[in-house]
Design a protein around this ligand. Structure first.
Ligand code: 6PG
Length: 468
């Protein structure tokens, strides 16, 4: 039997994605360098005859219909290059290799060029939705060689999540556009998670809500315009008990957050472009700061930090927090999407913005009700440079803006760090400023370094002898 597609790497994501392909009536063959990992697949698939395991890459390649479609889901970095060099000798011109992991986009750019030399179509593809998404419908972001897309499209559309019957997959643009879009998706993911955690902090320590009450608040928010996957799982987290102690599990988790680097890459690349994504930057910074637990404890005692008595009513804080989360979340999507647009122009990626927001509506970690509004905004104004310039989005933000201001003031009075929320408001206030105070910065730069400045009334660079 010759198979429709192959999967290299049968860890959590690879195994779930290949099972999803088999469920959708594609015959698939998998390979994993660890035979014990590979052996888990067939029992999980109830020995579905359209799914097989290969004991070597050579065997896997020989059992594929040509031109071949080979997916890889292995850890990002050197392993991807190692797999490609082991695989390449068995490939033929026109075969397609799809790296579906969270690879750094510059690695993908290099690999696209290297594989092109061999006549192989290399596709960098982002997948979002975690384990359950991979199994039952993720959001899929393929980019790269456009000639490969029609041959991947039926398979990817079948396995992807659907919203109103429309698949959550689309061609994301040239070169490493697929991995670039996924990187920015993850930056937004970091930012939204940070915003939610700030709201949690204020509701728990400012408004003194119990975990039961926190569950009720997040569940209620998830039933209206704040509906999102992250809201849904957050509500559930507050109900989970620790099997060992029977305490609420959330209270047993150490306040030190890990990361695999995609948020950091987003911030680094934004600064290189350059484009402002302060809420994503702050989310990365707060995860990094969380690692310094011992220093934080020391500083807590040194500063004798006491939360001042809260004077606002619980309901008032909850209402402000709701609006704050709503507005700040829209602003962080706006930052990420504006970054994608700049990157697309600068690197000639031709990223279709309308499709990006369309395929993020389902399957992915940052899926939310707001994405429907963003999609409509891009349909109405296809050349929208920043979501905040859409009149519809502007009215959504304006409606919640007062709540964001109030939430931040309450948090500041309570000595609760809401740096990401404040950065979102700062971005909004600066972005909607006809005049920013950077004329003064230009004067200072020219004063101490003769860096020159532009004038409001005539063209050209100017320099002043400031002490003359
Ligand atoms: C997804 C996720 C997934 C993963 C990230 C973030 O879209 O399914 O983004 O790819 O959760 O790698 O991981 P870290 O928080 O560990 O960086």
């Amino acid at each position: 039997m010759q198979y429709d597609a192959a999967m290299i790497g049968l860890g959590t994501m690879g195994r779930n994605l290949i099972l999803n392909m088999a469920d959708n009536n594609f015959s698939v063959i998998g390979f994993d360098a660890n035979p014990a990992t590979a052996a888990l697949l067939l029992p999980e698939a109830n020995h579905n005859p359209s799914l097989a395991i290969a004991s070597s890459l050579e065997e896997m390649v020989s059992k594929l219909k040509t031109p071949r479609r080979i997916f890889m889901l292995v850890p990002a970095g050197k392993i991807v290059d190692d797999v490609l060099s082991s695989l390449s000798p068995f490939l033929e011109k026109e075969d397609i290799v799809v790296d579906s992991g969270n690879s750094f986009y510059q690695d993908t750019e290099r690999r696209v060029a290297e594989m092109q030399q061999l006549g192989i179509h290399f596709v960098g593809m982002g997948i979002s939705g975690g384990e359950m998404g991979a199994r039952f419908g993720p959001s899929i972001m393929p980019g790269g060689d456009k000639n490969a897309w029609p041959r991947l499209q039926p398979l990817l559309e079948a396995v992807s999540a659907k919203v109103n019957g429309e698949p959550c997959v689309a061609y994301m643009g040239n070169k490493a556009a697929g991995h670039y879009v996924k990187m920015v998706h993850n930056g937004i993911e970091y930012a939204i998670m940070q915003l939610i955690s700030e709201v949690y902090d204020v509701l728990k320590h400012g408004a003194k809500l119990s975990n039961q009450e926190l569950h009720a608040v997040f569940a209620a928010w998830n039933a209206n315009e704040l509906q999102s996957f992250l809201m849904e799982i957050t509500a559930k987290v507050f109900l989970k008990k620790d099997a060992e102690t029977n305490n609420d599990l959330v209270d047993m988790i150490l306040d030190r957050a890990g990361s695999k680097g995609t948020g950091k890459w987003t911030s680094q690349d934004a600064m290189n472009l350059p484009v402002s994504i302060p809420t994503i930057d702050m989310a990365v910074a707060m995860r990094d700061l969380s690692a310094f637990k011992a220093q934080r404890e020391q500083a807590y005692h040194l500063y004798q930090k006491k939360t001042p008595e809260n004077t606002a009513a619980k309901e008032e804080i909850i209402a402000a927090a709701k609006d704050a989360l709503y507005a700040a979340t829209i602003i962080c999507y706006a930052q990420g999407l504006a970054m994608l647009q700049q990157a697309s122009i600068k690197m000639e990626l031709a990223i279709p913005m309308q499709d990006v927001v369309k395929i993020w509506r389902g399957g992915c970690i940052i899926r939310s009700a707001s994405l429907n509004d963003f999609y409509k905004a891009f349909v109405e104004l296809p050349n929208l440079q920043n979501l905040l310039l859409s009149p519809t989005i502007a009215s959504m933000v304006t409606k919640a803006e007062d709540g964001l201001r109030k939430f931040i003031s309450l948090a500041i009075q309570q000595k609760i760090a809401v740096a990401a929320s404040a950065s979102a408001l700062g971005y909004l206030d600066a972005y909607t400023s006809e005049k920013m105070p950077v004329n003064l910065i230009q004067a200072q730069r020219d004063f101490f370094g003769a860096h020159t400045y532009e004038r409001v009334d005539k063209q050209g660079p100017f320099h002043t002898d400031w002490e003359a």
